[in-house]
Design a protein around this ligand. Structure first.
Ligand code: PLP
Length: 387
């Protein structure tokens, strides 16, 4: 059996998405910016995709730009806002549990002379509101906080953060790569001025993302080229990609409430069984608002990589820490920021469920996890010492 439980890293594209993209991968290949008939047809498809996404997110179509990824949207937003508002101040705030797309962008800006605050989080990964209020200075121009964390699934109190930002006339960017298409919300409802999303996290194609920019917010260009996407993301439009992203979001909204409930039930079943059958496990962020399909589990006295590889051998795909940093064997910065001991952070596995996962797959996974943990622990000096 092959079981894919790494849906926070990326998802399998929905066949209906491929179907919607197909004409633009074959016969309808015109440049959406060209004035001739080939361009007009694809141009219309791009406008319709923008309109569809804007309607689903309850924003105006002029407020959406297309990009090549969540990482690119994050960069355009953070670098573009800091550049545009440079004269107002040079202090920017983020959290200590952001995805590398934000974390490393802030570190880079720090090198360039910006003052950066990385806010602490509590043991569940919730950003400290008190620390945010204390960090704000008259020089603060931007706050960037993720909507939900990709490793543990914690949903951040963005509304509360946005009220503080508004009161202090500071712009708020939200990296919503893990929530758009998974939970229902609008950037306006949560009070984001800019908001990032990425198609491949909600059964769309890879290499296409989007950025919501509230009307009136200034974003300076950070990539130079032609006039596409309000000059913020120049380059020939990825027509199949944006058509696929719009279709994927439409499908996600059609089934969202049902899918949330289904994934939550499966996740709770999975976590309860694991806790029942295996000693010394901790389910991280269990008692806070979190993504329906994300389960971060610490198996004490073990190395996550050996669990991951053993499960992979049995056909089960999971990740240890963040998939994006799995080539580095450092303990996850997210888990460390939550106060988890480094040796326990190393033994943490993320199981991320998606719409294609079934109960049978989870039963198989539970059975195999129990066996793998048991076997690895008999070989673990740390476990034997603990026992
Ligand atoms: N932000 C978050 C929270 C993510 O989880 C990811 C991907 O894992 C990204 C940004 C980057 O998105 P992309 O892979 O589209 O560049």
């Amino acid at each position: 059996m092959r079981v894919y439980l790494d849906n926070n890293a990326t998802t399998k594209m929905d066949p209906k998405v491929l179907e919607a993209m197909m004409p633009f991968l074959t016969e309808e290949y015109g440049n959406a910016f060209s004035m001739h008939i080939f361009g007009r047809e694809t141009g219309i498809a791009v406008s319709e995709a923008r309109e569809k996404i804007a309607t689903l997110l309850k924003v105006k179509s002029e407020e959406i730009i297309f990009t090549a990824s969540g990482t690119e949207s994050d960069n355009i937003a953070v670098r573009g806002v800091t550049k545009a508002y440079k004269n107002r101040g040079n202090h920017i705030i983020t959290s200590s549990i952001e995805h590398p797309a934000i974390k490393n962008t802030f570190k880079d800006l720090e090198q360039d002379g910006y003052k950066v605050t990385f806010l602490p989080v509590d043991k569940n990964g919730v950003v400290s509101i008190k620390a945010l209020e204390e960090a704000i200075t008259p020089e603060t121009i931007l706050i960037s906080i993720m909507h939900a964390n990709n490793e543990v699934g914690t949903i951040e109190p963005i509304k509360e953060i946005s009220e503080i930002a508004k009161k202090n006339r500071i712009l708020l960017h939200v990296d919503a790569v893990q929530t758009v298409g998974k939970i229902p919300f609008s950037p306006k409802e949560i009070g984001a001025d800019l908001l990032t999303f990425s198609a491949h996290k909600f059964y769309g194609p890879k290499g296409v993302g989007g950025l919501y920019i509230r009307q009136g917010v200034r974003v300076a260009k950070t990539i130079t080229g032609g006039g596409q996407e309000k000059k913020l993301r120049p380059g020939t439009t990825n027509t199949p990609g944006v058509v696929g992203m719009a279709k994927a979001l439409e499908l996600a909204y059609q089934n969202m409430e049902y899918e949330i409930k289904r994934e939550e039930e499966l996740r709770d079943y999975f976590e309860n069984k694991i806790q029942e059958k295996i000693q010394e496990v901790v389910v991280n962020s269990k008692n806070v608002k979190r993504l329906p399909g994300t389960s971060s589990i610490t198996f004490k006295y073990l190395e996550g990589e050996s669990i991951l590889l053993s499960l992979s051998y049995l056909g089960i795909a999971v990740s240890s820490g963040s998939a994006c940093s799995s080539d580095e064997l450092q303990a996850s910065h997210v888990l460390l920021a939550m106060g988890i001991e480094p040796e326990f952070a190393h033994g943490t596995i993320r199981f991320s469920l998606g719409k294609y996962n079934t109960k049978e797959e989870l039963d198989y996974t539970i059975e195999q996890v129990v066996k793998v943990i048991d076997k690895l622990r008999t070989l673990s000096p740390l476990w034997n010492e603990y026992k």
